[in-house]
Ligand binder design. Structure first.
Ligand SMILES: [Mg+2]
Length: 201
């Protein structure tokens, strides 16, 4: 089988880190559980300039390397790889953070997973003009059996694969979203994801 796995807030606790940055830089104290919008500018009610600063800070090497692993992510992905499955991490991060992203994966035992950079959030001011290494037309030629994704803004990348099972990593910003179809299943943690895949449902 082939797996699409999102990076931020599936493999690592990115939004938790951003809540700390917003508090440190702008004195905005929003508990993680109250991050109701995937767009962090809306979530923290930031000006355009503040948002830009927040994103730049969150993409600095030391900060990216410090992201906590989401419990169980590495163990489950390695189990799948050991079983002969293919794990493709498809991130919306800009390609400029490729090296540090690979380093984070290596430091968390995930160097056997493939890593692709896809322009998922191109209309967002921070990502505009960024480079990516996976072209949209090449992405659309890839087949997947399962996708693990937290962002409702990325669900449109699954519309062409009606057989795909999308395991939605439950986060405060997607809890109230209606899911697009019966092939979407909410999962609260990696144990649930592992069980879902093992059960073949
Ligand atoms: Mg994500």
């Amino acid at each position: 089988m082939r797996f699409y796995v999102d990076f931020d807030d599936c493999l690592c606790e990115t939004a938790r880190s951003f809540t700390e940055i917003a508090a440190r830089l702008f004195d905005k104290h929003l508990p993680y559980e109250e991050v109701r919008f995937f767009n962090l500018q809306d979530a923290f009610q930031l000006t355009e300039e503040q948002y830009q600063l927040l994103m730049e800070e969150g993409h600095r090497t030391e900060i990216l390397l410090s992201y906590e692993e989401t419990p169980g992510a590495s163990a489950v992905l390695n189990e799948w790889i050991d079983q002969g499955h293919e794990v493709c991490i498809i991130t919306g991060r800009p390609y400029s953070v490729c090296e540090v992203s690979r380093r984070w994966l290596a430091e968390h035992g995930l160097d056997r997973a493939k890593l692709y950079f896809l322009d998922k959030y191109g209309r967002d001011e921070f990502y505009k003009g960024s480079e990516f290494n996976l072209k949209l037309e090449d992405y659309y030629r890839m087949q997947f059996d399962y996708a693990i994704e937290d962002s409702p803004m990325a669900f449109r990348f699954f519309d062409h694969l009606p057989e795909l099972k999308v395991l939605v990593f439950e986060r405060p910003w997607n809890r109230e979203n209606d899911l697009p179809g019966s092939n979407y299943i909410r999962c609260t943690n990696w144990e649930r994801i592992r069980a879902q895949v093992a059960g073949g449902e």
